[in-house]
Design a protein around this ligand. Structure first.
Ligand SMILES: [Zn+2]
Ligand SMILES: [Zn+2]
Length: 358
């Protein structure tokens, strides 16, 4: 029996998640989240007692005000009321955007609360993971930062050390900005080399300041990295730092846009990366956090790859068997990719491990 089969997992779902309107040509189109939910149902996950569907509440405004400036909240409310203006060039405004953002972020918060009440061990919030939102601005398809809000809630409830592991192909720049100086929040982001990809940050040298030194960890992966290079980089960096930090709650952003089918970036992983990283983090959550692990999807702009990825995570956490259909990435890791990745891993270990005294 695998560990997962003992765990209670909730998939967070609300019809409100689909009430957004980014227009017809945006990577986040209507139906994207529902397609994932339909796939979960079609694969029979809900036929098992340890998997349930959870209805969320919207993000409480009291928590919203803890993570965003009043000026920015007012700006989003104004866009929402009039339908005029955009959040940023990639993030269109529309009528009702404020309420929709509260719902899509609320999925994460409701999942965290259910874990703290002891009702579930893990949750998956398919709309969560708005890691490009800063206190005073949104961007990159993100309006409000649900991850930062989750951390504030956890701190209010007496959870001191929180670790965020962000495997989305894009750097978690907004989330990182909240915690650069914090000794209590570990933020690890593996992403494509910022040279080639939005938001063009997340270099090894960004590793936290003051009491947060060494607790912002950035692992920029070479373009064309596949499963072997991704998993090598993950194994060399993530477990040792988690063992050192000993989080009491773990937040995972699997970010299904590293997949080779994804149209937005240039990594070529498969669901093997999702499976193996989730397995390792699931073990870490049971080792350090009494199992407390929340998953917020992040990106993923190919519907098939996104659905396979979410099902893979759910399979690992619940112990219910699932395999994606056969996948065939267009290229394999070559010697140049390996060399660049090894160099990055050495640089991260040299900088961060010494800052932490590891
Ligand atoms: Zn578990
Ligand atoms: Zn992304």
């Amino acid at each position: 029996m695998t560990r997962g089969s003992l765990c209670k997992v909730a998939f967070v779902w609300s019809d409100h998640f689909e009430e957004f309107d980014n227009g017809r040509n945006h990577p986040v189109r209507q139906g994207r989240f529902r397609a994932v939910r339909d796939y979960i149902v079609s694969q029979g996950f809900y036929e098992h007692d340890n998997v349930s569907e959870m209805s969320p509440e919207p993000l409480p405004e009291s928590l919203l005000e803890r993570v965003h400036t009043q000026e920015y909240i007012t700006r989003i409310r104004r866009i929402s009321a009039t339908g005029e203006g955009d959040v940023d060039i990639d993030t269109p405004g529309y009528r009702g955007i404020y309420e929709t953002a509260l719902w899509t972020c609320g999925g994460t918060i409701s999942g965290v609360k259910a874990i703290l009440r002891g009702e579930i061990d893990h949750f998956i919030s398919p709309t969560g993971g708005f890691h490009h939102a800063f206190p005073d601005r949104g961007g990159g398809f993100c309006v409000f930062n649900d991850i930062a809000a989750a951390v504030r809630l956890l701190q209010d409830r007496g959870i001191k050390r929180v670790a965020i592991v962000d495997l989305d192909v894009h750097h978690g720049n907004g989330t990182q900005s909240y915690f650069l100086e914090s000794p209590d929040v570990l933020h690890i982001s593996l992403h494509e080399d910022p040279e080639w990809t939005y938001p063009h940050s997340g270099r090894v040298e960004e590793s936290g300041t003051g009491k947060g030194s060494g607790l912002s960890v950035n692992v920029p992966l070479p373009m064309d990295s596949g499963d072997d290079v991704f998993l090598y980089s993950f194994r060399e960096i993530v477990p040792p730092i988690l063992d050192f930090f000993r989080p009491q709650f773990l937040i995972l952003v699997p970010g299904f846009d590293t997949h080779y089918l994804d149209p937005l970036a240039h990594l070529v992983t498969t669901t093997r990366t999702t499976r193996e990283t989730t397995l390792m983090l699931h073990d870490q959550a049971h080792k350090h956090c009494d199992g407390r692990l929340g998953v917020v999807s992040g990106g993923g702009y190919d519907r098939q790859a996104l659905s396979w990825g979410v099902a893979t995570v759910l399979s690992v956490l619940s112990g219910i068997p699932y395999s994606a259909p056969p996948e065939s990435p267009p290229i394999q890791d070559d010697s140049e990719t390996w060399e660049l990745a090894r160099r990055t891993v050495r640089a991260v270990r040299a900088r961060v491990f010494s800052q932490l005294g590891l």
